[in-house]
Design a protein around this ligand. Structure first.
Ligand code: ATP
Ligand code: MG
Length: 473
């Protein structure tokens, strides 16, 4: 089963909480305990040293010894501790509470012989509960004659330790709960938008490109959602275009094939009498020509899709225009149409792919003649603007509806009205024109008014002569 990001983060959060509490339970507990014991031991040791000094000075003086005993009693009451003075053999010679006086401490060993400054124990089994014991030597004539031992109660120390630990635990709990805010923020700022994005990605993978991610966040998540929405729109458009493309291709191939089949069957079964066969065979040829043109146009578009296909040369575009116009002589005669050629210069040298630009001009002029009323004229102009040569093909024909203008460059696109006018058109002409001009790194524009006419203007790079560059520099 896939674990969600949120569950993973929650688990990490709980682990963090548990580890923090374990840390406090083990390390903080030990550290607090040893700090408190050491602190207490130091203050008990200071008292023990004071008593041992007073005791040394009172040596042999019974009055003074009584005073010292009283002082020990006062201190013992104040500290809740037992205070003994023992001789070197471990016999208790003075006890503040007078309960252990003259008792010999079993296996007595002075504490200053080792590194130990204090010890927590039952002190040779002499106390029921553990006590904190410190010892200070009693010096007489520069010789250690005994020790002052103070056994502090551990109860107070444990109380203090519990108090400090309670404070630490409560603080840790509050910090832990406060850090819940991070989890909540993560949920709203990262997890929820991310979940929406994940759902959207799943929908897109299943082909539902209409699905939109609704998010108001202005951060990277919002940007990601917007980008995905844009991507789905684009894929959706490409998908529609692909479907339209296939529908158009199949339609344009099917209609000539259906009529060819129909004519052939009619000839074979005698529906078409032998004397009319020639007429219908001519129609068959025209249909097969249409299929050939369709195939050629698609091949041409296919090759244009590949990069690096241009073979550029310098040539006179004005001359090319004259030649292309001349090739339409028959069409012009049939429709009683004329060309108006206006060239700014006699020669207009451009640097482009000769055959491809010829195809562009052929397609544009073909359209201009096809979609014009008889007895009108088509104007072709050229001129120089900066380092670009512009070519314009303008007619006074049926024009293109404003809503259709952006679509004319699409493959297989034909305006409804032109479908009636030109049944043989493939709708690939302008798609080819656009690909060729774009491949040259140039632009083509269409200005059209329905019922008034259409003008196509495209640019070409001015002729390029590397030798001249060398001589001029
Ligand atoms: P083909 O070029 O294969 O003969 P076509 O001319 O129909 O087919 P395009 O040249 O791509 O295809 O043109 C697409 C459509 O744009 C045309 O069907 C027509 O509706 C519209 N169009 C193009 N040129 C003109 C024009 N000069 N006047 C009016 N409409 C035009
Ligand atoms: Mg055309």
């Amino acid at each position: 089963m896939k674990k969600s990001l949120y569950i993973k983060l929650s688990l990490a959060y709980v682990t963090f909480g548990v580890l923090s509490f374990l840390f406090i339970a083990f390390f903080a507990l030990r550290m607090t305990y040893s700090y408190l014991v050491r602190n207490e031991a130091e203050s008990l040791y200071a008292e023990a040293t004071l008593i041992s000094n007073t005791y040394s000075q009172s040596a042999g003086n019974s009055l003074s010894e009584q005073t010292v005993h009283d002082e020990m009693q006062a201190v013992a009451t104040f500290l809740h501790a037992d205070i003994w003075v023992v001789d070197s053999s471990g016999k208790i010679i003075s006890d503040a509470r007078d309960t252990h006086k003259d008792t010999v401490i079993p296996e007595f060993e002075p504490m200053d012989t080792g590194n130990k400054l204090y010890e927590v124990s039952n002190y040779h089994g002499m106390f029921e509960a553990p006590v904190l014991t410190v010892s200070a030597p009693v010096m007489r004539n520069y010789v250690t004659s005994g020790y002052v031992l103070i056994h502090g109660s551990m109860d107070q120390l444990y109380d203090e330790e519990n108090h400090i630990l309670t404070i630490i635990y409560i603080s840790a709990l509050v910090i832990f709960l406060l850090s819940l805010i991070i989890l909540v923020v993560f949920y709203f700022i990262v997890y929820r938008p991310l979940k929406k994005v994940t759902i959207a990605a799943t929908k897109y993978a299943a082909g539902d490109y209409q699905y939109k991610i609704k998010t108001k966040s202005q951060d990277e998540m919002g940007y990601l959602a917007e980008t995905l929405n844009f991507m789905s729109d684009e894929i959706s458009k490409a998908d529609d275009y692909q479907k339209q493309f296939i529908a158009n291709v199949s339609h344009d191939f099917r209609s000539p094939l259906t009529s060819i089949k129909g004519y052939l069957e009619a000839i074979l079964d005698g529906t078409i009498p032998p004397e009319l066969e020639d007429k219908y065979l001519m129609r068959l040829i025209s249909e097969t020509e249409r299929l050939t043109k369709l195939t050629q146009s698609m091949l041409s578009l296919g090759s244009l899709d590949k990069k690096g296909f241009l073979s550029r040369t310098n040539f006179d575009v004005n001359r090319m225009i004259r030649d292309v116009c001349a090739s339409f002589e028959m069409t012009c005669q049939k429709k009683e149409m004329t060309f108006e050629l206006t060239f700014a210069e006699k020669q207009e040298m451009v640097y482009a792919d000769y055959a491809k630009i010829q195809q562009v001009l052929y397609n544009l002029i073909d359209n201009a003649l096809k979609f014009s009323n008889p007895k009108t004229s088509v104007a072709v102009r050229t001129g120089l603007r900066g380092n670009k040569v512009f070519v314009s093909v303008k007619d006074t024909g049926i024009g293109i509806p404003k809503k259709d203008l952006p679509k004319i460059w699409d493959r297989f696109y034909k305006a409804d009205q032109s479908r009636g006018k030109d049944k043989h058109g493939t709708g690939l002409g302008l798609a080819i024109v656009k690909s060729i001009i774009t491949a040259h790194g140039e632009n083509i524009d269409c200005i059209s008014t329905e019922g008034a006419g259409t003008e196509f203007v495209f640019t070409l790079p001015k002729a390029y002569y590397p030798d001249q560059d060398n001589t001029s520099s």
